[in-house]
Design a protein around this ligand. Structure first.
Ligand code: BES
Ligand code: MN
Ligand code: ZN
Length: 514
């Protein structure tokens, strides 16, 4: 999808050649009964007759009116322009428009447009219009190709917000795509190929390790999960170098279980299909790298993805088996369904070699986190208050929110083992916290945060499918971190040049692509 920004008055926006138009109207802006421009006049009339109120979710659908270039115009109230209100308004507008064959959509923001508001409006629109097609023989492809965004004033930051939204949407949709793909179409090998194709530009490097290399590294915990699978494991290492080599990178670690049967501690049959999204963390890392390639921010980022299936088999790891992790710590695997922490702990140990400024792992780690926080906020666990705060802010700013959970040492009691340094599960209580306490043992040498996305990466029910979260949160965090650190890559580029490069590259690279 391609986004384009223009500074236009409402009446000019109405003459733009688009198939349909969404007008986002906040509560505090009063429409004008005397206006020549039809939207404002018709809205004012509807209000005057008591047929319409400017409150959250209110929607007025106008069709083939003189003065409107678009066949269909939907005016939708964005209330106080809170992120959630903009999201619901855009969803409602899309539902109202859906019958039409819209290739080119206009989106006009009435009143004071904000960076966050524009990003929220565009990402909500992309989300509402997204359609999975890969494994359908007669897919209904998405028609929407272009969005012309307009506002009555122009600021560099609004244009940049639109360019950023475009990269964000590309990243989110890549993450959705891979999390939605069935496990037989999304193997560890497929993920590695995808990583290679994303990380093919000049600022990137990508290295893929197989079973031999992983054995050589001593990743005994990761290998234990993979030993029951026929599909070979992959350990994916992606590097994005946007800043000077001297600058410590941020490391993102994505859980890449391409299917989680539970292994010998097998899961019940009901809804087991959904365990194809157990690589949602990995998908979000791929999505972030996609967006980094489009935006080229001045920061160094490493992406690590331990990818394997978790299968029951004659060779599969058994409850009670003790394995040695890359860190040297031995682990008693009491439950083979607690496999995420096993693949992650070795990836976290591997992250040490980059001397990172921060390490963030992203994982569909526990059903307990779904119980704790539902599908609204991602679980955030961190041993570093500054990092936790940055991630919380990034969540609020992007609308891809998280909630900080505790890490008191008392929660680690249940992980004690008589037969190894640590067990891979504790009791049922506080399951998302004990999982995080397990991971924390492998993060002593850097600032670390863990995002449990079991509840937020996937929507259940009728409209089931991947959400692309937390690509928005991570990208926001990285872009903010890139601005906070002074030195852009020593190409002799000033920061302003790096920034303005953002726009032109996004346009050039994504023009014409859906
Ligand atoms: N992938 C699951 C967690 C999960 C559950 C994600 C539901 C999304 C929805 C993870 O590997 C798992 O099975 N965790 C177990 C841990 C338990 C055995 C301690 C769980 O949550 O039940
Ligand atoms: Mn599991
Ligand atoms: Zn799992």
């Amino acid at each position: 999808m391609n986004f384009e920004f223009q500074k236009l008055s409402l009446s000019h926006a109405m003459t733009a050649s688009v198939d349909a138009m969404v007008v986002l109207w906040p509560s505090q802006v009063q429409p004008d009964t005397q206006a020549v421009e039809p939207v404002s006049r018709l809205l004012a009339q509807a209000i005057a007759h008591g047929d319409f109120e400017l409150k959250a979710g209110a929607l007025l659908s106008l069709y083939s009116q003189p003065g409107m270039a678009a066949r269909h115009v939907v005016v939708v109230c964005s209330a106080d322009n809170q992120p959630g209100q903009i999201r619901s308004a855009m969803q409602a507008a899309w539902v109202a428009l859906k019958a039409g064959k819209i290739k080119r959509l206009g989106l006009h923001v009435v009143g004071e447009a904000s960076v966050q508001g524009l990003q929220m409006a565009l990402s909500s629109l992309a989300d509402a219009s997204y359609n999975y097609t890969t494994t359908l023989s007669k897919p209904k492809a998405r028609m929407l190709k272009q969005v012309l965004v307009s506002a009555t004033h122009d600021r560099a930051e609004l244009r940049q917000a639109v360019a950023q939204a475009q990269a964000l949407v590309a990243g989110v949709e890549l993450a959705k795509e891979w999390a939605n793909r069935p496990a037989n179409h999304a193997t560890p090998t497929h993920l590695a190929e995808t990583a290679k194709s994303i990380a093919s530009g000049r600022a990137f490097k990508c290295e893929v390790l197989g079973p031999k290399e992983v054995a050589k590294l001593g990743m005994g915990a990761f290998m234990a999960v993979a030993q029951g699978a026929a599909e070979p494991l992959r350990f994916i290492v992606m590097r994005y170098n946007g800043a000077a080599a001297s600058q410590a990178p941020v490391v993102l670690v994505g859980k890449g279980i391409t299917f989680d049967t539970g292994g010998i501690s097998m899961k019940p049959a009901a809804e087991m299909d959904e365990m194809k999204y157990d690589m949602g963390g990995a998908a979000s890392v791929l999505g972030v790298f996609k967006a980094l390639g489009l935006l080229k921010p001045a920061i160094n980022v490493i992406g690590l993805i331990p990818a394997t299936e978790n299968m029951p088999d004659g060779l599969a790891v058994k409850p009670g088996d003790v394995v040695t992790s890359m860190s040297g710590q031995t682990i008693e695997i009491l439950n083979t369904d607690a496999e995420g922490r096993l693949v992650l702990c070795d990836a976290l140990t591997y992250a040490e070699r980059f001397k990172p400024q921060a390490v963030i792992d992203i994982a569909t780690l526990t059903g307990a986190c779904v119980i704790a926080l539902g599908a609204v906020r991602t679980g955030l666990f961190s041993s570093d208050d500054a990092l936790a705060m940055q991630l919380q802010h990034a969540g609020e700013a992007s609308g891809d929110t998280c909630w900080r959970m505790p890490l008191d040492d008392a929660y680690a009691e249940g992980l004690k083992s008589r037969f190894a340094d640590v067990a891979n599960v504790a009791g049922r209580a506080a399951g998302s916290v004990t999982a995080a306490k397990f991971l924390q043992r492998f993060t002593k040498s850097f600032a670390w945060a863990h995002l449990d996305i079991a509840g937020t990466a996937w929507r259940s029910g009728a409209a089931k499918g991947a959400t692309g979260r937390p690509v928005g949160l991570l990208l926001q965090y990285l872009l903010t971190a890139a601005q906070a650190t002074p030195t852009a890559k020593s190409h002799g580029k000033s920061k302003a040049a790096v920034k303005s490069g953002v726009k032109s590259k996004v346009k050039a690279r994504t023009a014409g692509k859906a």
